[in-house]
Design a protein around this ligand. Structure first.
Ligand code: NAD
Length: 330
């Protein structure tokens, strides 16, 4: 049974606390936030928890086994470092931090102190993503030729970060799970001059064998779109996370150039499969994985190198953006 401290009870902290408070492995929860109002809301929604404004109380309370960090991105590195230095297992919201060297330093510190450092890459526990991963791993769509991902909505604007770190983290983590090979080059462009609050970005990732990935992320879209198209040699998948009941559609596709020429004006080239998959809440599964890692004293599904690699790709995307879309080697 764990005593968990949640630092940051904002937009996402609400979901984390709801999950923690219904998890049978969690016996006690302390919520820490610098905002009194949020502490009152937390206590009202969950009268059984304790609240505090003091981070020092978290670091020095020996009964706290786990620290969960859901504060703004720019605070992640220093808070995670303090949590690990205080000998707490530490779960940090995505992105773990915005510097791959700092990420490596945090994993080294966790290893030195025999603690698990985890990052909530929520989509890795999404039933649709798991289904697509398994479907592709079983070679059902042939070699992947391209992935086209759109993740746009109106806000939430975060003053301390940009859309690359806030939204593209999700796309990169999903794509990394699906194709299990890394890009060799990256280019990122925006219509804005470089600054921290870039709210629109197009990222292009170039892979071996001419595979191309395009990611469009925006906080400036009047409508919410969460769509990923995965083009394989024999099938194409459309994953629409906003669609309530038919999130995945798998389209049979033509195989030869002859077929391609004779069916150019046809919008349907074969059958469409709309599969059923687990709809269990991803955050519940994420906590189960984290707790298992702590109990088994090892990483099970997501490894430190996976997390560091995501940060490295995003770092290089930001570098390209700052250099007016220059192609950057990875
Ligand atoms: N996994 C996901 O799908 C997902 C979704 C949304 C947000 N997030 C992540 O969650 C994190 C928080 O995002 P949010 O949208 O909830 O932000 P938010 O601004 O709504 O909430 C952050 C909270 O942290 C508190 N806080 C700030 N600094 C603090 C400090 N030093 N000590 C204690 N409390 C502090 C603030 O008062 C606020 O209540 C971000 O890293 C974001 O990327 C993840």
């Amino acid at each position: 049974m764990y005593h968990v401290a949640l630092i940051g009870y904002g937009y996402w902290g609400v979901n984390l606390l709801r999950n923690l408070n219904s998890n049978i492995k969690v016996s006690k929860i302390t919520v820490c936030d610098i905002n009194d109002e949020m502490l009152l809301v937390a206590k009202k929604n969950h009268p059984n928890i304790q609240t505090t404004k003091s981070l020092d109380e978290i670091w020095t309370d020996l009964s706290i086994d786990i620290v969960v960090i859901a504060t703004p991105t720019s605070t992640h590195y220093s808070l995670a470092k303090q949590a690990l230095a205080s000998h707490k297992h530490t779960l940090v919201e995505k992105p773990l931090c915005t510097d791959s060297l700092q990420a490596t330093e945090l994993f080294d510190l966790a290893k030195k102190n025999n603690k698990i450092l985890f990052c909530d890459l929520t989509f890795l526990y999404n039933g649709a993503v798991e289904y697509i991963h398994n479907y592709i791993s079983n070679c059902h769509i042939g070699n992947i030729k391209y992935i086209d991902s759109t993740r746009v909505n109106l806000g939430i604007y975060h003053a301390d970060t940009n859309v690359i770190w806030d939204l593209a983290t999700h796309d990169i983590s999903i794509i990394q799970k699906i194709i299990q090979t890394g890009p060799i080059q990256v280019r990122a462009i925006s219509n804005q001059s470089s600054n921290k609050n870039i709210d629109l970005v197009y990222i292009f990732l170039y892979y071996p064998n001419d595979m191309l990935v395009q990611i469009n992320c925006s906080w400036a879209s009047p409508t919410k779109i969460r769509q990923m198209i995965i083009g394989g040699e024999s099938k194409m998948i459309i994953y629409d996370d906003v669609e309530p009941t038919q999130k995945i559609k798998i389209y049979n596709y033509i195989k030869s150039d002859n077929d391609r020429n004779s069916t150019l004006t046809d919008y349907r080239l074969g059958d469409i499969l709309v599969p059923k998959f687990s709809t269990e809440e991803p955050l519940k599964k994420m906590f189960e994985d984290f707790f298992q890692c702590i109990e088994q004293k090892q990483y099970i599904h997501v490894f430190p190198n996976d997390i560091i690699e995501i940060i490295r790709i995003l770092e290089k995307a930001e570098e390209s953006l700052n250099k007016n879309g220059e192609l950057i080697d990875l």
